[in-house]
Design a binder for this molecule. Structure first.
Ligand code: NOJ
Length: 568
């Protein structure tokens, strides 16, 4: 397939793009209330342009009670007042486009907020009503319906069902929520649900967005009859803490059902009916890569996050294997790979990779902190190498805000300031994902919560999630003029990548190298080496274009990546 690819610039942008994820609540606060907003994003477009990204993905900006920070949507056709107005959203799209930056927004079709008008209507209606049919309501088991309809657990912990009190004051039906109690699952077999989301897509496409990131893209259909999870698999699927293990290989009756693909076929038609290569990217926590490939067949979605690197140890042979598997699986369907090392749901790669873990399932390990041996220095080196590797591999990449600053996970957020529903739903066993969502430090001094807020008087404690006292040393300001800062390593890498015809989507070729080294060639004369072991000498016929950290003369140190121009 790759051999038939049109050259860079002549093929759809989403085959190669570097997309920067903006967690809107924590990116930049323009009105001084301690919460990030649309105005904040607009004020940083210049920074993003200089960084060199092709696109931004904005996490949900819809009106929401924020029980899961926007992934509980109360109205899909508006913007959360704390974040701004529809008009400001339109201006942001326009201004980003003027700078040549595409805009992807999040869409959350698996569930709504319990404050969505549909759910309120469902609660006020009777069992069997049309209003209840938009969600997944069922009678309970047991003599009086006192037991949940099946044994499914919510991703954040605890049962996936909640019993409602009916209008006569009696306990009644149960509704399904695969995530928080406040996130009831929609019934995608209901035609009104299907139609509404088509209208939502068109509404935002008409406003000019270039694409959608589809939340829980593998979840919208459930196996018919909602069967129990096999008892021998319960521990494997839900783990000790009853938190659903997204990527465990056992078949789950609530994920990755065939029905989801019909939805994407119809969404693809809508996307294609607009000009300008509009696209969608699936957040589908499915494994192995051959299952991911199904979401990006030629009549379905354009991208699907490749989470394989989150379940790989920091070891050359494992990484090589994951690269091969991913590329082979997607080549079958002609889709590009979309590499991911960070997002708002996983421990930041600086911490994860320092511990040698890239494993999503183990991310709570570093959150809880048996982290005595954790050295941010080693983690930072590895995280930068991982980025140079992914930027050189075929396909595109999704970066997460702050990784260009080398931000580590914040593990000392006081317990009474934790906001992630995982914390409470896991009975306070799992601190959750707040540690990777702390507001971005734009400035070194603490005023305005390290420059996060336009309000200079806002203290770090007054930001919606408080940064720790040491946060300022990672600021964009402090890294601006240091050529070796993480920020400048990223900037240079993105600048080179933009002009390097052999990078982005296309073919790659493995280079023979010592077993602790991952080395591959792109195009005619571009090579990338990542060293997972002892220092090695670089090939003699090469010129250094860029490296993740300073080299040792002609030697590539441990945990370092280098980009080379090699003789043909
Ligand atoms: C995946 C999102 O990335 C995560 O942040 C959210 O909690 C769940 N989906 C539920 O919407």
């Amino acid at each position: 397939m790759s051999s038939k690819l049109a050259p860079r610039g002549q093929r759809p942008w989403w085959r190669d793009a570097v997309t920067y994820q903006i967690y809107i609540r924590s990116f930049a606060d323009s009105n001084g209330d301690g919460i990030g907003d649309v105005g904040g994003i607009r004020s940083k477009l210049g920074y993003l342009k200089k960084l060199g990204v092709d696109a931004i993905w904005i996490t949900p900006w819809y009106p929401s009670p924020q029980k899961d920070h926007g992934y509980d949507v109360a109205d899909y056709l508006d913007i959360e007042p704390d974040y701004g107005t529809l008009k400001e959203g339109e201006l942001l799209i326009q201004e980003a486009h003027d700078l040549g930056i595409k805009v992807i927004i999040d869409i959350v079709p698996n569930h709504t907020s319990d404050q969505h008008k549909w759910f309120k209507e469902a609660l006020a209606s009777k069992s069997g009503s049309a209003a209840r049919d938009r969600y997944i309501f069922r009678e309970g088991k047991g003599k009086n319906g006192e037991l949940p309809p099946n044994n499914w657990q919510a991703v954040f912990g605890g049962p996936a069902w909640k019993r409602v009190t009916e209008s006569d004051g009696k306990k009644g039906q149960w509704y399904l929520h695969l995530f928080a109690v406040e996130q009831p699952d929609l019934n995608w077999e209901n035609s009104e649900v299907v139609k509404h989301f088509e209208d939502v897509l068109k509404f935002w496409l008409d406003k000019g967005v270039d694409g959608f990131r589809i939340d829980v893209a593998h979840g919208m259909f459930k196996e018919s009859g909602l069967p129990d999870v096999r008892s021998s698999w319960i521990e494997k699927i839900f783990g000790k803490n009853n938190l659903t293990r997204m990527l465990s290989p056992e078949h789950k009756p609530f994920w990755d059902q065939e029905g989801v693909h019909d939805i994407y076929r119809s969404w693809r038609k809508i996307l294609d009916s607009y000009d300008g290569d509009r696209m969608a990217v699936a957040e589908a926590w499915v494994s192995p890569a051959s299952r991911i490939a199904k979401y990006v067949r030629s009549d379905e979605l354009q991208n699907s996050f490749n989470f394989e690197m989150l379940t790989t140890l920091w070891k050359a042979d494992e990484i090589r294997e994951k690269i091969n598997n991913s590329i082979d699986a997607l080549a079958e369907v002609g889709a590009p790979t979309s590499w991911v090392f960070n997002n708002h749901d996983v421990v930041r790669s600086v911490d994860r990779l320092d511990l040698g873990l890239t494993n999503h399932g183990d991310t709570t390990f570093s959150r809880h902190g048996d982290v005595k041996k954790l050295s941010i220095v080693r983690g930072t080196l590895r995280a930068k190498s991982a980025t140079l590797m992914a930027l050189a591999l075929p396909g595109g990449i999704y970066l997460y805000q702050g990784e260009e600053l080398g931000l580590p996970e914040v593990r000392d957020i006081p317990e009474d300031r934790l906001t992630d529903p995982r914390w409470q739903m896991s009975n306070y066993k799992d601190r959750g994902r707040d540690g990777c969502r702390v507001p971005i430090p734009w400035k070194s001094s603490s005023g305005g919560a390290f420059g996060f807020s336009s309000n200079e008087n806002l203290t770090p404690q007054q930001a919606w999630l408080p940064p720790s006292s040491w946060w300022g040393k990672y600021s964009a300001e402090s890294q601006e003029s240091d050529p070796n800062s993480t920020l400048n390593v990223y900037r240079k890498a993105l600048a080179i990548r933009k002009n390097e015809a052999g990078l982005g989507d296309g073919a790659m070729e493995w280079i023979d190298a010592p077993s602790q080294v991952v080395a591959f060639k792109r195009g005619e004369d571009f090579a990338c080496y990542i060293n997972f072991g002892n220092e090695i000498e670089l090939p003699s016929n090469s010129e250094v274009l860029h490296s993740s950290a300073p080299l040792n003369g002609n030697f590539l140190p441990t945990d370092t990546a280098v980009w080379l121009r090699v003789s043909k």
